[in-house]
Design a protein around this ligand. Structure first.
Ligand SMILES: [Zn+2]
Length: 207
């Protein structure tokens, strides 16, 4: 899988060597890592051939699925694992055209499902935000983010970036790891005009 430099999701046939050839959805972070899904969206069903070939047999939690690095390296070196497989459509957007998406454009509590890579993550970012707030605002903020004290920025296949509060205690992550996530928005009533993204359901593919 050639490094494209940007994330892409596309419909293709299972191209795992020795695989089934069925229709699947491939996602790459653009940096040589990829994953195959049976279908897109929650709960992100991983295609069986991919699981058998690339994932460690055991992982601590659903949010942390580890890719077998040696298996991936083989694909990284391969220019074209299966010349017959349909290729991702070239996208017109340049990687420096990543568009920041603000939560205010979504209705509260509507699920937004994205697949992409982790551009940035900050542990305990919420504590920094809280330091700037008045007592009542802080109380509302703590109430709405609950245990999601960390912050993550995801760049999706559509080259949109989403910054959300999340609880990352469950697993170790690195920037550029592949992530599939479900976000929701919350309005902060006491901070006028302020909306935040929250992330509860997510799967990380880390090496
Ligand atoms: Zn397959």
């Amino acid at each position: 899988m050639k490094a494209l430099g940007y994330p892409v999701t596309w419909r293709t046939r299972c191209f795992i060597s020795g695989g089934c050839g069925q229709t699947v959805f491939a996602h790459t972070n653009g940096y040589g890592d990829f994953v195959l899904f049976d279908r897109l969206g929650y709960p992100w069903l991983i295609h069986g051939c991919y699981s058998l070939r690339f994932l460690e047999q055991e992982y601590e939690s659903i949010s942390e699925r580890r890719i077998i690095p040696q298996a991936l390296n083989q694909y990284r070196k391969a220019e074209d694992p299966n010349p017959q497989a349909p290729k991702p459509k070239p996208i017109i957007l340049e990687p420096n055209n990543i568009k920041k998406i603000f939560p205010i454009r979504y209705a509260e509590k509507k699920n937004i499902e994205i697949t992409g890579y982790i551009q940035d993550h900050f542990k305990k970012h919420a504590e920094k935000e809280m330091a700037k707030m008045m007592a009542l605002q802080k109380r509302e903020f703590i109430d709405k983010i609950d245990k999601r004290l960390d912050q993550i920025t995801i760049v999706s296949s559509e080259l949109k970036s989403y910054t959300a509060y999340i609880n990352l205690d469950r697993g170790k992550i690195k920037n550029k790891d592949i992530i599939a996530a479900r976000l929701q928005t919350r309005k902060l009533i006491l901070s006028p005009g302020d909306y935040i993204f929250l992330c509860d359901d997510f799967v990380i593919f880390s090496k």
